[in-house]
Design a protein around this ligand. Structure first.
Ligand code: SF4
Ligand code: FES
Length: 278
């Protein structure tokens, strides 16, 4: 059978059970996504639908009941199948999760998002200690989930940041802790970071990636309104690769002016009876 809107073959519908509740799902759908849709709380930090699930933060751990046997697994890597049954808050899960929260509170003591999430699950203190790193450009808010590194590599293909150092000294940063020319200034790292650790700022014609050692990226100025609207490298290289037909417009017009120009052309074509509707 075909899906009505996409025209692609429809996926088989299955029923999974979460904490005793029967939930409809597509076969192969990520269980954490099903739980989110069903408004069943499972804490999670490294789940980003635009990237393949990786299971880095381990916070979304659940218990799976399979043929009468129980095992713990991350719900962001678990796929829906008929009859699958999970429980999100067994004593073992709660204990495991609380220790993880404590570890993350020690790792990223300045992240308000993390503190608020841990508090929602009853964890407000940590028994673990970590020396605050003055040299940490992520201001001790990073839990090392790797989402920013993956977005930079796998989505943008820039490879501007990575993990540096080892063990307790591991950080995310630029090579040699210096500004990097590989950064497009796209801001994907800012958007995907679950703890609000990555910071950037636009000042005049420049985007400053504060967390990446002050990497500076020039911004494009809109030919029409004169506003700075997008990093130059992004407009001319990365986006052009994704949407070649829009290359010219993206490079010279901000989204608002581009929308206006398209509307004007449409009105002109209609009133002139040109009959072109794209
Ligand atoms: S900066 Fe944010 S996205 Fe990057 S590793 Fe740290 S917590 Fe994850
Ligand atoms: S959200 Fe599943 S491991 Fe992080």
């Amino acid at each position: 059978m075909m899906h009505k809107e996409s025209g692609r073959p429809a996926k088989k519908q299955v029923t999974v059970t979460i904490n005793g509740k029967k939930c409809p799902a597509e076969e192969g759908e990520i269980l954490l996504g099903v739980a989110i849709r069903e408004k069943i709380a499972i804490p999670h930090l490294c789940f980003e639908p635009s990237l393949d699930p990786y299971g880095a933060c381990r916070l979304c751990m659940v218990e799976v009941v399979k043929r009468g046997r129980k095992e713990m697994t991350t719900s962001c890597t678990l796929r829906a199948a008929e009859g699958l049954e999970i429980v999100t808050d067994t004593p073992e899960i709660v204990k495991y999760r609380n220790i993880l929260f404590e570890l993350y509170l020690a790792e990223a003591p300045k992240s308000e998002i993390l503190k608020a999430m841990a508090a929602r699950y009853g964890v407000t203190k940590t028994r673990f200690l970590k020396k605050l790193e003055a040299a940490d450009t992520l201001d001790n808010k990073c839990i090392l989930c790797g989402l920013c590194v993956r977005a930079c590599n796998e989505i943008m293909g820039a490879g501007a940041i990575g993990f540096v150092n080892r063990g307790p000294y591991t950080l995310v940063g630029t090579p040699y802790g210096e500004p990097t020319k590989d950064c497009f200034g796209c801001g994907a790292c800012v958007k995907v970071c679950p703890t609000n650790a990555v910071e950037m700022e636009d000042t005049g014609d420049t985007r400053i990636m504060k967390s990446w050692n002050g990497t500076k990226v020039p911004l494009s100025k809109c030919d029409c309104c004169g506003e700075f609207f997008a990093p130059k490298g992004l407009a001319t290289a990365a986006l052009a690769r994704v949407i070649p037909s829009l290359k010219e417009e993206i490079a010279v017009l901000c989204p608002a002016c581009r929308g206006k120009r398209i509307a004007q052309e449409e009105i002109r074509a209609l009133s002139g009876g040109a009959g072109h509707h794209g």
